[in-house]
Design a protein around this ligand. Sequence first.
Ligand SMILES: Cc1cc2nc3c(=O)[nH]c(=O)nc-3n(C[C@H](O)[C@H](O)[C@H](O)COP(=O)(O)O)c2cc1C
Length: 170
Amino acid sequence: MGERYVHIMCAELTPTKVLLVVHHTTSPSLQELLEAALDGTHADGIEGVEVRVRPALAATAVDVLAADGFVLGTPANIGYMSGALKLFFDNVYYPTLTAKIGAPYGLYVHGTLDTTGAVRAVESITKGMGWERVHEPVLVMGAVGKDATEAVWELAATVAATVADIAGSS
Ligand SMILES: Cc1cc2nc3c(=O)[nH]c(=O)nc-3n(C[C@H](O)[C@H](O)[C@H](O)COP(=O)(O)O)c2cc1C
């Protein structure tokens, strides 16, 4: 009985960190990338991380305030990130401006021709919010193959592992 009590106490004291996946998923290609990302967040050895998944149009400042790290996914649209992801940033920028300084994040972008503007825009905003890029952006053009899903998996696993390390040190 006493031992059981100790177990329960330890479980309650172990901090669960939150990884927020904010994505705009508009096609089967983007759905494949999202699924690879979600798979990566559950890579072997990652513990104590709760993954919350929000479409960009539904993600809020409250979601950001509750999170310890971020995976962002967007199509390239007219030389920029999607309007949906931009709206997400418009909504959360000032309410969370100094709340998540140093939080790890990773970005994947899907396009057909040129994703440069999308990456530049996301990096400029996340820099303003003090988020720390912990993996190179993953840029996927056209048909989604194994290389692309593996790269996005790796990106998400890296962010999740970084969040888990934070969990271990707090
Ligand atoms: C209005 C519009 C603008 C787009 N602009 C870009 C762009 O600037 N750069 C790019 O690489 N792809 C662009 N695309 C392609 C989308 O990124 C692509 O359709 C999306 O990632 C989904 O890919 P899929 O249709 O092959 O699944 C654009 C698509 C649309 C509909």
